[in-house]
Design a protein around this ligand. Structure first.
Ligand SMILES: [Ca+2]
Ligand SMILES: [Ca+2]
Ligand SMILES: [Ca+2]
Ligand SMILES: [Ca+2]
Length: 129
């Protein structure tokens, strides 16, 4: 019995420990660790960030960079609707993209809130202005 426990501990040290040592928190499981994920709550392996504000498209409906998703963004989204501007495409890989009802659903869910969270802006939940 004691030998079995010892063997199990040895096996863990041999194969298990390196796996734990190299892992970092990855809330959304997209392979990008939270600290460097530009949209840490949604899987976005491509890290698309069309406007370059360090907030990935999948977390960023703040098109006018005001810090909140509001009426100004709604107006911009309306103009972009039906087009292919990747800034407004939240639900599909870019490019190509088509701004449609699925993206409007994303926008509606984000309305009234702040963009983000982005792991590339530590200590904040919003993306930089
Ligand atoms: Ca992640
Ligand atoms: Ca992510
Ligand atoms: Ca962005
Ligand atoms: Ca805004």
């Amino acid at each position: 019995m004691r030998l079995t426990v010892f063997a199990a501990m040895f096996a863990f040290l041999l194969w298990g420990a390196p796996a734990f040592a190299g892992s970092a928190p990855d809330f959304d499981g997209d392979g990008i660790s939270d600290g460097i994920d530009n949209c840490s709550t949604a899987g976005n392996t491509d890290q698309d960030d069309t406007d370059g504000d360090d907030c990935g498209n999948l977390c960023d409906a703040d098109y006018d960079q005001s810090g909140v998703v509001g009426l100004g963004d709604y107006g911009l989204f309306g103009v972009a609707f039906g087009g292919s501007d990747s800034l407004y495409c939240h639900t599909e890989p870019n490019p190509p993209c088509s701004v449609g009802l699925d993206d409007f659903g994303f926008f509606g869910a984000a309305f009234g809130g702040a963009p983000g969270p982005s792991g590339t802006t530590p200590g904040t939940t919003a993306c930089p202005l």
